[in-house]
Write a protein that binds this ligand. Sequence first.
Ligand code: NAD
Length: 257
Amino acid sequence: MSAAELPDERTAIVTGAASERGIGRAVAHRLAREGWAVAVIDLDADAAERVASEIHDVHGIAARGYGLDVTDRAGSVGVVDRVTVDLPQLVGIVNNAGISSPTAFLEVSEDEWRRIIDVNLNGAFHLTQAAAKIMAANRVGRIVNVSSASAQRGGGVYGRAAYSASKAALLGLARTLARELGPHGITANSVSPGSIDTDIMGGRLGEDRKAVLLKELPVGRIGTVDDVAGVVAFLLGPDGGYLTGVTYDVNGGSHIA
Ligand code: NAD
């Protein structure tokens, strides 16, 4: 099997996948639709199990939910171990769990700074390292980090310095893993969404907020979770094998690099 080929029965971990209107749940569904077994990871074990059972019911594929705070290193290693027992060969990981904050740099406390870096960056480190050891042993793997346009354009419409710094670090991590893990049959890429209609910015986007955002969007609409899910699934899927170290900007043209 070449690095581009994927086993027929394969599993992807998606972190932060239990939020009702979130990107992670849409990614998990999309991957299941394309034949991946899915490990749904989120803070709330019951919510993760609910999404997993919904995925199983809709797509008829194996799915399991796991409660985990991704900042917990031992817990992360333990969950990856369980995934390897519960589900088919672990081939993909999507580092999607994330938190944001509108606190200005001059106001942000050390505690808030550390929590954002811990969830968004260190969580990806813990899970990816554990998962990559298994992928390297099998000589096939796909890693996708969910970054943000905020990392590229100096702050988002909501997230400020801590968020942007954590999301920029994820880009650097994926690029480095692309070089370091390529010889082990593993690709590593990022998606960098612009404004996507979820609850991360403190609830649903109001019409006035949407109107402001639309002014910066050449495609003329706010992004959806499915816009992101399709790109993630492509990077993980059979046609993604020759892409590594890339960043896909899923932003409707709000930031054109
Ligand atoms: P969301 O709040 O709906 O989802 C985030 C998920 O992460 C939730 O399910 C939450 O429970 C989970 N989570 C948070 N902290 C966790 C932890 N410590 N351990 C485990 N799970 C944890 O938000 P979303 O918009 O779907 O965001 C998904 C990802 O997309 C985030 O990384 C976010 O930064 C990124 N993103 C979102 C947008 C946007 O406009 N919505 C834009 C760019 C990037």
